[in-house]
Design a protein around this ligand. Structure first.
Ligand SMILES: [Fe+2]
Length: 577
């Protein structure tokens, strides 16, 4: 049985294909069409899913979509009726969503096939149930508390659920306009980060701030019996704009979220190119601090309703790895399973697995073991790409490749590491990564000057072999998808100075041999050479979606000052090219 899952006409459009309950392949459209956070119809991703499964679209039994515009309709109507000024906008948005509803026609058009040949049954699933399903049905658990939170989806920003067997029972929803995602986005915009997806950057700025504004910010975001509430006078009214605007080319733009009340309280907003002041850093601090307070409050409420130790979590806010790293000490939950594609691309997997488990009531025999669900390329294809680019390269066996790469990293070189199947989700986890020495004081500046050009306050992340995690970090719960930030132990901070953030933390990836033997062995080889079981790992890209194909990796290597690229069994050095 083949099920195709989709996230479409929403940020991070994506497709996933599952066969008899097992996820075969999943990819966000941005990796294929190279438009970051692409929010149109995922035609290329669907085709890639079919190719990976060796199937035709007419072979698909079910199509599951992680969006249901009819969900929570009464709440939407109630909001619109109470705000007549926004009624027109509401009607316009609803009309546009209706136009995008005919998935059969969209697929037939996108794949250039006859709609009559499509025999699939169609399933629509509410946004946040799809998020929770994307975590719970990938976890190894038969019972868990389910939690999803983001900006918004199907008029909801937060969902709590009891997950047991084949059921996801929704216990609570927080409806718009109250939204932790909108709160975070609003303050990011106010301090000059107004592009879709900038929230992850500003999280890195927070530890530079001080507790100056926490009391004021707490007035904007209050915990309540129903979870939490925003003080709406600080926000542009929902419906006065579209919040997130999808442009005709499929890119995503954010409308202004903050109102003049913010300016009255904190002064003028920061312009994007202006210097970052202490005020901005202190606001970032208060934003993260108050976000965490509400998050832990919500999780504690959830635990009262579902008193188990397992937390299955997704939604864009679940990418807040700083909050995730603290939840073990601030809430009763002891284990997390967070979907690596916690943002909206993950809806494709969630909708597909929900159809298989909850709708069709099929037994569980799938656990997501790793995030390597994207495409891979044969050595012959890689070699012809290297030749076409006119690069000098050598082909190496496994051990000599590992030894040569760690020799380069040990002397301070920056190496592109392109191996196996591409990662699913926003993190590069050792297959589309740039790797470097984690213990050289200059390495962050070198990477920024030569390749990444990131904001000065953003840390780089460590990959550590899992057996050594508790020696280096103050928490031993695994972080296989780089979704937890932990304190680095005092005696290891110098060894990890290039990945040690200003608050002595690191957003680690724990690497097990079972999940990624080649990357694990690369780190082990580096440890043999230097005594450090850690590599600096950043995504293989330069101001673009993470590279997917060999040609994109080679192009990135050629246009940046990367010292070497290890791509499959081939190694090319900048000094020879
Ligand atoms: Fe979402």
């Amino acid at each position: 049985m083949l099920i195709l899952g989709l996230n479409m006409f929403h940020a991070d459009a994506s497709a996933a294909i599952i066969q008899d309950g097992e996820v075969l392949f999943a990819i966000a459209e941005e990796r294929l069409n190279r438009i970051k956070h692409y929010a149109g119809f995922p035609t290329l991703a669907i085709q890639a899913c079919l190719d990976a499964a060796g199937a035709k679209i007419s072979d698909i039994d079910h199509v599951a979509i992680g969006q249901d515009t009819d969900a929570n309709l009464s709440e939407k109507v109630r909001y619109a009726m109470a705000n007549p000024a926004k009624l027109l906008n509401f009607i316009r948005l609803r009309k546009r969503k209706q136009e995008m509803k005919d998935v059969r026609a969209l697929i037939a058009d996108g794949l250039d096939c006859d709609a009559q040949s499509l025999r699939f049954q169609e399933h629509r699933l509410e946004h946040h149930i799809a998020h929770i399903a994307s975590a719970y049905y990938c976890s190894p658990w038969e019972k868990a508390a389910g939690f999803s939170y983001d900006g918004s989806g199907d008029f909801v920003s937060t969902m709590m659920a009891r997950c047991e067997g084949t059921e996801i029972q929704v216990l609570d929803r927080v409806f718009l306009p109250h939204s932790l995602g909108s709160f975070y986005t609003m303050i990011c915009e106010f301090i000059g980060y107004s592009r879709y997806g900038d929230e992850g950057k500003v999280m890195g700025l927070a530890p530079y701030g001080r507790d100056t504004y926490c009391d004021q910010i707490r007035e904007l975001l209050m915990t309540s019996n129903s979870g939490f509430e925003l003080d709406l006078k600080y926000f542009k009214p929902l419906g006065s704009n579209e919040g997130m605007q999808i442009q005709p080319d499929g890119t995503v733009a954010l409308a202004r979220h903050f109102s003049s009340q913010m300016t009255e309280m904190f002064g003028a907003p920061r312009e994007a190119d202006a210097e970052i002041t202490q005020r901005d850093m202190d606001l970032a601090y208060a934003m993260q601090y108050c976000f965490e307070e509400v998050f832990f409050h919500l999780l504690s409420e959830l635990h009262e309703k579902v008193p188990v130790e397992n937390l299955a979590m997704a939604g864009g806010c679940a990418l807040n790895s700083v909050a995730n790293g603290k939840l073990f000490t601030r809430t009763p939950f002891r284990r997390t399973w967070i979907q690596p594609a916690a943002g909206d691309e993950g809806l494709a997997i969630g909708a597909a697995l929900h159809t298989y488990r909850s709708v069709l009531k099929k037994p569980r025999d799938y656990v997501m073991q790793n995030s390597y669900l994207g495409p891979e390329f044969a050595d012959s294809r890689v070699e012809s790409s290297l030749r076409s680019a006119g690069l000098k390269y050598q082909k190496l066996e496994r051990e000599p490749l590992l030894d040569t790469v760690v020799e380069r990293i040990a002397v301070g070189d920056v190496v592109g590491w392109f191996q196996g199947r591409m990662e699913w989700g926003p993190r590069a986890l050792g297959n589309r990564s740039i790797v470097a020495h984690p213990g050289r004081p200059d390495m962050k500046d070198v990477l920024n000057a030569r390749i990444k050009r990131r904001e000065w306050f953003r840390p780089f992340a460590p990959s550590i072999i899992e057996e050594r995690q508790s020696e280096y970090f103050e928490h031993d719960h695994p972080s296989p998808f780089m979704l937890h930030v932990y304190k680095i132990r005092p005696d290891k901070r110098e060894q990890l100075c290039a990945v040690n953030h200003v608050d002595d933390t690191g957003r680690l990836q724990s690497v097990s041999r079972q999940e990624n033997p080649l990357y694990y062995d690369l780190i082990r080889a580096f440890e043999r050479k230097t005594g450090i079981p850690v590599l600096l790992n950043t995504s293989f890209n330069e101001n673009e979606p993470i590279v997917c194909k060999p040609e994109e990796a080679i192009d990135c290597f050629q246009r940046t000052r990367m010292d070497a690229i290890a791509i499959g069994p081939f190694l090319a050095l900048k000094s020879q090219n």
